[in-house]
Design a protein around this ligand. Sequence first.
Ligand SMILES: [Zn+2]
Length: 255
Amino acid sequence: MPEGDSIRRVANKLLPLVGQTIERATTQGLFRDLVGRTILKVAAHGKHLTIDLDNQTEIHVHQGMNGRFRSLTRANGEAMLAKTSPGRASLVIATATNLYLWLTCPTVEITPRRAPRHGMSTHKLGPDVLAGDFDSRQGAERAAEHPTRRIADVLLDQRVVAGLGNIWKTESLFMCRIDPRTLVAAIPVHALAQIYETARELMQASVDSNMRDLAAYSRTSKPCPRCGALIIAYQLGDPPRWTWSCPHCQPFAVG
Ligand SMILES: [Zn+2]
């Protein structure tokens, strides 16, 4: 699933788009009335991407579980598009030189800026863990408002802090040696802040290097890189999500 770092990478790839004029825009093969519009700003907030246009309009994309993004030259993009069924091409933005293609994204909205949005709108999201002004202490205080929930579930709750998904939930808890099943009430606020700080550092490194170096995620029965114990996997949350931890480095205190 695309997490905050992936969306930040998409936003970075779209930066050359700022100041460019849209020659064609379609959603699921339908032409949208955006020809000639200039792109003013591209921004990522958590897992949401917004593209501001010069007519007080905003394009909002959420890639969901299976959404994909491609940045292509115009010629390569047109060739790829010709082989793609229109229903899968959630959003296409073509400029004179480039073509940007979003595939199988559940949410693509073109709305007036400031208009109330449907579904999971960005104004209901918590602070973005990758934002320049993100304050991990403030994130920790927001998490601490959910003492009876498991830390793994609170880290995925985009209303608390936006941007973390299953990968960085798993990895930041591993780095901080906290069992994902631990109740928030059992974790001191400074340790909660440390989790968010760690997630932010890991995700920023992922944005910068375009690589993910994972220690626990999806490593069922493989040796822990720290102690050699075998990584365990189980499901947590509603809906259930696979979660990984080291039974030795991240001991689970029942209570
Ligand atoms: Zn270990």
